[in-house]
Design a protein around this ligand. Structure first.
Ligand SMILES: [Zn+2]
Length: 405
């Protein structure tokens, strides 16, 4: 190929990539002149969608107009999930993964609320981590231990295992501790709304009302008395292997604590826009050493539910970030957020890549058009495989209405 971006600031031109039958990269080298025809392509690492709920692939039936309130929305999502069969969840996860691959996303951080995602995704070849979701604000130690034991799933080579204690307003201290003891890799929705912070500080507000209405508020419950980040730190969850999702409402001192812990933060630009929220200051977070990755979240809170649309939204929300920086958030930082060697092209790493039609010999020249959705992906390889379930990636791409024309 004419050029390849292996990671931010590391290019090869012309480039030659060789991988084995297992999809492991054996060679990344400058192609020798005269060694054969050079494909007119620019190769980039595949995108990493660091936080998604593939089973939540539908918009809400009666989508409210913006600005949207979080707590009624969360209740509507719970109701929609209850009304769906396991077969429908399985099909949704598989189809959404295939759509991700077709647009050039080769790894995901999937939040699995039913337990069916590992089997649904195995045949797609998509890599990343599948976090089993845990919910239970009313669970004591014995109940928490039981739930974790029930919900744990083994990982596979492509899709490693993790747990997702959902959020500080839906998970008891005992359940957080049980999850942290059972798995090295966690994903937690953290500091998403002002209501969450209020509930944690003094136990009041719409989350308290919701828990009471659901019969999930334990008798004599004592509020955390601190915000979400400090609460997670106190429970021993603020660590490099805990992915913090959203962090929309951080308090003074939180950014320093997150940076010192190494905990990666995943922001979801589509969700920020859907709820009409202010964009968090991620350029400042990055300067202070926080690892920031990008996710698509669910279709219930993201009108254009693709990583390509997520890149475009990120460019809108954070115009101070260069296309190369935004691309790095959507690739290498995503790999770090999942605790995997993903999102870069490297020897012995997976051959997860996408190819664009080359317009120059410099891979960096292609990023602005790619991030702004101005060029279509020409090919995708997932673990070195050209197709998914026998379908060539290119034919999937043609049928994918989510891609820009
Ligand atoms: Zn989420």
């Amino acid at each position: 190929m004419r050029c390849a971006l292996l990671a931010a600031g590391c290019e090869l031109a012309p480039a030659e990539l060789v991988w084995d039958a297992a999809g492991r990269i054996l060679e990344l080298r400058r192609a020798r002149r005269g060694s054969g025809p050079i494909a007119d392509q620019c190769v980039l690492p595949g995108l990493v969608d660091a936080h998604t709920h593939l089973q939540l692939d539908q918009p809400l039936a009666n989508e409210p107009a913006a600005p949207r309130d979080f707590v009624p929305w969360a209740s509507a999502v719970m109701a929609a999930r209850r009304d769906r069969s396991t077969a429908a969840h399985t099909a949704a996860a598989r189809d959404a993964a295939l759509a991700r691959i077709a647009e050039g996303t080769t790894a995901i951080g999937e939040i699995d609320s039913t337990g069916c995602s590992p089997a649904a995704l195995r045949a797609t070849g998509i890599a990343g981590r599948c976090y089993q979701e845990l919910v239970g604000y009313d669970l004591d130690r014995a109940g928490a231990t039981r739930l974790v034991r029930q919900r744990r799933r083994p990982g596979a080579l492509a899709l490693a295992a993790g747990l997702s204690p959902h959020a500080p307003y839906s998970v008891s201290a005992a359940l957080f501790r049980a999850a942290a003891a059972a798995s090295g890799h966690l994903a937690v929705h953290c500091a998403e709304t002002a209501e969450e912070q209020r509930f944690l500080r003094d136990g009041t507000g719409p989350f308290a009302d919701l828990l009471r209405a659901l019969g999930r508020m334990p008798r004599g419950a004592v509020p955390a008395g601190v915000g979400a980040v400090r609460w997670l730190a106190r429970l021993g969850l603020l660590r490099a292997s805990t992915q913090l999702v959203h962090c929309q409402e951080l308090e003074p001192g939180d950014v320093e604590a997150i940076a010192a812990s190494g905990a990666p933060v995943v922001v979801c630009p589509g969700t920020i826009e859907w709820f009409g929220r202010a964009a968090p200051p991620i350029a400042d977070w990055l300067r202070r050493g926080v690892v920031v990755a990008l996710g698509t979240d669910s279709r219930a809170s993201n009108a254009a539910w693709t990583m390509r649309a997520t890149l475009r939204a990120a460019a809108r929300l954070w115009p101070e970030l260069s296309p190369l920086r935004i691309f790095a958030l959507a690739t290498a930082a995503g790999g770090r957020a999942l605790g995997r060697r993903l999102g870069t092209l490297q020897r012995r790493g997976r051959a997860d890549l996408l190819a664009l039609p080359a317009t120059s010999d410099r891979a960096g020249d292609h990023l602005e058009a790619f991030v702004h959705g101005e060029c279509a992906v020409a090919a995708v390889r997932v673990g070195g495989r050209r197709g998914v379930g026998g379908i060539p990636a290119l034919s999937v791409r043609r049928n994918d209405p989510t891609l820009p024309s």
